[in-house]
Ligand binder design. Structure first.
Ligand code: ARG
Length: 554
């Protein structure tokens, strides 16, 4: 319910807008209007203004009473009416539907995960995959048309090297794996240092791919398919989806018009043989467009990609979920697009995130400390299985539940903290049933479901039975669900939902231990079951936005 709006209407004074109404501090009702800022204009003390507003309030059936305290006008809502409104809203989703109606017809492009072909899919990719995958679900949930894009790193001279290595040493008698490709690449790097002829062969093989020679292209496609087949297994497990896998190679024939336009608009300069857009006046180093040998760069491809997305999807927003390290790259690309006169450049956002370490150790692909994402997921699921065996050995479908708990734990790890913070992955932490974790949310949800199963059908609910402090605290929190999801979308922060769900679970657990739910008193039972159902449904829906499944039993 949008009480801020209702209260503003009630006050009915042109000076007072919705944003002036705040949530009341503990013990001062539900909402408050601080009246200090009107003192100048109205030439009255804030306290007097608050009492004037109070005595002029119109119809007030959703308000129990108001109170003037200092310069504040405090609103105490009628708890019963609010309980009624919140339970109805949870059942028919009126507030979420209203948000969806506002967003109908809007499109957001989300570039996420964006892995590199023939490179390991390691835990460093978790953040982009999880944050982007979650934002994709959040925007869709809020009525947007979301386009998930995996901007594959599938172009570059390394593919020539890999091709040369594969031709030389590859075992063609059995299917290629991602690990084979890594090994071949490492071997090529080592041997080509001693053998210049080999290095040369890497360059010629790349030229063959560039020229589209069938044999070379076939093997290059094999590298791509092999990588995607392995990576897709992880995506499937995590519930991650894409609408497009157009990667860097897709833009090979789409850069020339961009380069021509940059030249025509006199934005480029030649510097040491390279073509660049100088950005000194914006405090940035030049953006490289082509190297002295004419080769295009990562930035050139992103310029083409941004234009392609604008033309193809006509987006309202276009997001890039990429680590903070690429901050400068995106600033440069966005600036160049602005200089080209693209009015949609303002709709591009780099959604950044911090670094991941693993069990206290920093990750470095170069120094061989590679932790594969698939292994982390499998280990977490195995450990979840062991915990379940210990806690609840008679549970049915243990494997499926362990899968949900393990994957959920990894997802909450990635999404539970503000994006920008560095985070450390530790099995004990992510699998704790008591901390701020997915298992805690899943356990609370399963607890609700088990109460509901025991309680049976819910008869007519008397909302006045849910106005005590513990029940009402849950109701108040449920009331801010739609706003919270909207807020998380506007900040590109799944952690806002994570925080909300942890608070909801904590408030529910406080309610749960404060009194029995199923008792002789039928009316009280119905009311408490109705609250339990609203919490269970909200937890489940919110967790889905964080790519966390909510098993019925645990
Ligand atoms: N493949 C790149 C990397 O791993 C990330 C690509 C991000 N997306 C983009 N449009 N540049 O660093």
């Amino acid at each position: 319910m949008n009480y801020k709006k209702l209260i503003t209407e009630l006050i009915n004074n042109p000076l007072v807008t919705e944003n002036d109404i705040t949530l009341a501090t503990e013990g001062h009702g539900d909402f408050a209007l601080p009246c200090f800022k009107y003192a100048r204009e109205l030439r009255k003390a804030p306290q007097v203004i608050a009492s004037d507003f109070a005595s002029n309030l119109s119809e007030r059936d959703f308000i129990d009473h108001v109170e003037v305290a200092g310069g504040y006008l405090n609103f105490y809502l009628s708890r019963k009416a609010r309980v009624e409104a919140v339970l109805a809203d949870c059942a028919d989703k009126t507030s979420i539907k209203a948000v969806r109606a506002e967003n109908a017809g809007k499109t957001v492009c989300i570039d996420y995960s964006s892995i590199n072909i023939a490179k390991p899919f390691h835990i460093g990719h978790l953040m982009s995959t999880a944050i982007g995958g979650s934002l994709y679900r959040i925007f869709k949930y809020l009525g947007w048309n979301a386009v998930g894009i995996n901007h594959l790193g599938d172009w570059g001279t390394q593919f020539g090297k890999l091709l040369a290595a594969y031709n030389e040493w590859g075992d063609k008698s059995r299917p290629l794996t991602l690990n084979d490709m890594l090994a071949l690449y490492v071997r090529f790097t080592e041997e080509s240092e001693k053998n210049p002829e080999l290095a040369e062969r890497g360059r010629t093989e790349f030229l063959k791919i560039e020229r589209g020679e069938p044999e070379a292209v076939k093997t290059y496609e094999l590298f791509k398919e092999t990588t995607l087949a392995e990576v897709n297994k992880v995506y499937d497990r995590l519930g991650i989806k894409f609408d497009s896998y157009n990667g860097e190679a897709f833009y090979n024939d789409k850069m020339e018009p961009i380069i021509d336009e940059l030249n025509a608009k006199a934005l480029t300069e030649v510097s040491d043989g390279a073509l660049v857009v100088k950005l000194d006046e914006f405090g940035m180093p030049p953006c490289l467009i082509t190297r002295s040998d004419g080769a295009t760069l990562y930035a050139t491809r992103d310029l083409a990609a941004a234009n392609y997305r604008a033309d193809t999807y006509r987006f309202d927003k276009s997001l890039y979920v990429v680590a903070t390290q690429q901050n400068l790259h995106f600033k440069q690309v966005f600036k160049v697009l602005e200089l080209m006169g693209r009015e949609w450049a303002k709709d591009l956002t780099h959604v950044q995130f911090g670094m991941v370490s693993y069990e206290g150790k920093p990750l470095s692909t170069r120094h061989g400390h590679v932790v594969f994402l698939a292994d982390v997921i499998q280990n977490t699921v195995d450990k979840a299985k062991a915990i379940i065996e210990e806690k609840n050995p008679v549970l049915e479908d243990k494997d499926e539940i362990a899968e949900n708990v393990g994957v959920g734990a990894v997802m909450f790890f990635a999404l539970g903290t503000g994006r920008i913070k560095d985070v450390d992955f530790a099995y004990d932490k992510v699998l704790s049933f008591e901390g701020e974790t997915a298992p805690y949310l899943q356990y609370t949800h399963a607890r609700c479901r088990s109460v509901l199963a025991k309680g049976g059908d819910i008869g007519e609910v008397d909302c006045s039975l849910l106005t005590d402090d513990d029940s009402y605290a849950v109701i108040r929190h449920l009331d801010s669900y739609a706003d919270t999801v909207r807020d998380s979308a506007s900040k590109y922060e799944p952690s806002v939902i994570a925080r909300y769900l942890i608070d909801l679970a904590q408030l529910y657990n406080r309610f749960y231990i404060s009194g029995r739910i199923i008792t002789e008193d039928k009316k009280l039972t119905f009311a408490r079951l109705a609250l339990t159902k609203a919490v269970a449904d909200t937890l489940k829906e919110g967790m889905a936005l964080l790519l966390i499944n909510a098993p019925e039993k645990m």
